[in-house]
Design a protein around this ligand. Sequence first.
Ligand code: ADP
Length: 716
Amino acid sequence: MIGNNHRIIKSGQHPAGFYTAIWRTISSGNIWHGEMCNRTKNGNLYWVDTSIVPFLDAAGLPYQYISIRTDITQLKESEQRLIRSQAFANIGTWDWNIRSGELIWSERIAPLFGYAEGKLAHNYENFLNAVHPDDLQRVSDAIQDCVKRGIGYNIEHRCLWPDGSMHWLLQRGDVVRDAAGEPLHKLGLVQDITQRKQAELALEESSARLKEAQNLAKLGSWEADIVSGELHWSDEVYRIFGQDKTRYTPTFAAFQSAVHPDDLARVSESEQRAAATGAHDVVHRIIRPDGTVRYVHELARGEISSAGRLLRLRGTVQDVTELKQAEQAMLLAKEAAEAASRAKSEFLASMSHELRTPLNAILGFSQLFSMDQQLPQATRDNSRQIEHAGQHLLSLVNDMIDLARIESNKLELSLETVKIKGVVKDSLNMVQAMAYDSGIKLIVMQCDVIDITVWADFNRLRQALINLLTNAIKYNKPQGTVRLVCEVIDGRARIAVTDSGRGIPVDKQQRIFNAFDRLGEERGKVEGTGIGLLITKRIVESMGGSIGFASTEGQGSTFWLELPLATNIEHFDTKAAASSSAGSSSHPAQILADRPVVLHIEDNPMNLRLMQQIFAGKKEWELRSASTAESGLEMARAYPPQLILMDINLPGMDGYQALRLLKAAPETSGIPVIALTANAMKGDRERGMAAGFADYLTKPLDILDLLEVLGKLLQR
Ligand code: ADP
């Protein structure tokens, strides 16, 4: 520096005012003391601790000064490092000289309290002011305790910044003592922990929410270490198991002892499955310490080691007792309902059977009366009325049987390839007279031209179509029309029946397939039961088809059936071939009487009388009667008739047993036996034919049918 102005060592790190202030001090004769940053010849910065002492002349002006400097560069650097690291960690430190009351804090303290660096005077009051009012007591108590009792503190508190924002600070402090144990300094550290605290609070909140959700759902979570047997439960699991968290330690063994003994096997089975598949899912009972039994649903996922061993299970357990109880109640109710429904169906079936027997007499005699030319016209007309009412009653009974059978899932179908053409022809034959009487025009489109084959039960399909056709006629307007269209849509056969009737109001349409709901028609003149459409729907659905309708009030309705086409189904009707050959294998026995004798075995006197009346008009045949199977058999052996009419439901021996005995004896084995029965259930006829009856006629007897069968067999 020799020969140079001292200014050359200025570093430029201090503001201009810094040097002015120094100059002012020393030029007024005072010593300046402070730290200063200078620059060496090679340009490096260095720090010095400096005292500058002025020497004054007589006029009191400095003529020279002496400066003593100590290099503090290293100290300064470590201080800077400390400041940087404090800034980086968002930490501030302070030092309170207890004796002098002097408080020094590091640069970061002010920013931690929300002030710019150096903009907050270092004092205890300012420090306390920065603490959130709600936490103030806690903080000052901790500091007092630290001073008085020498207890270090570690406290988290909120801090309200001047801009109104809230921050979290961690305060730690302790006392430094002299050799005699007297407190000299209190040192402290302040750290901003806002981010950590927010994460902690969010975690606390979400775990509180989780707890609440577990509590509401009665669903706890657990984790089992299979290797150590340790078990961890969430609070809710303790509640579910009725255990006190403070006194009970869940272990695998403790859990097993809570499982209902009858369910242990099921639980361990599921655990074994978990070992294989990683999934544990089981509902079982537990017994709480107070003896109450609860149902729980356990669901867990397993952690399997690379060696394939189950290491850990993590899962949930839910108290499903109420659900289970409701399920059991429902099951019982369902069973009861099913039993009631079965009872109802059985009742309906037996009632229907009972009704058919007297109907046989009513229909038979009324038919006889109306055919008897010797009776006055009025009597014959009246008996036609009886016959009409009887027919109606019979159709009701038939519908009831159908419904009972359908509802008890006893509807048997014999599915085969069926030509729509044939079904349509048969159905039209059945309703033609009705349409004619009601003045309704039947229009058939396409059905008789195109050949559509479906997979269905012929009789049942005919029944369904007749139902739709009769409804279309019944609920039509005078001089109305019924249009029948057959077509193939989307690979299914569709038969649609459109009428020009009064239609169905929109608000009643959803009731159309309800049992016994006639949509108010019960007050009208049209006869019906309100179950025809339901039966139709069930029949069609059980054949794999569907039913639908569209209706506009005042304009008419279209009801349609859709059925699967039979194009891809090969079917050989072996059954029909077999039964016809069985029928022709019986040979009529030789008869001794001058005209064919028919033996009628029947216990019901009214039915016996009816048959006698039928035969009264048939002088070419002779009728003999027996009222029990036993007497009938005796008569047949003594005087073999040419044909036997056999009631099935006989007291004592029934018709089937009697037939077996007839077939077993050489003198009667060749006599054709016709079964007469009120059993009109599906399959009855087949069973009868298979047993060896030559024909199977159901009561109420259709007299013309009977005469036709008799004619055929007796002629042979
Ligand atoms: P039923 O004809 O014996 O009363 P259904 O089950 O066949 O019973 O029909 C139920 C009800 O639906 C009928 O009572 C009638 O009110 C209504 N319905 C059925 N078919 C038609 C139709 N083509 N047009 C108008 N109403 C109909």
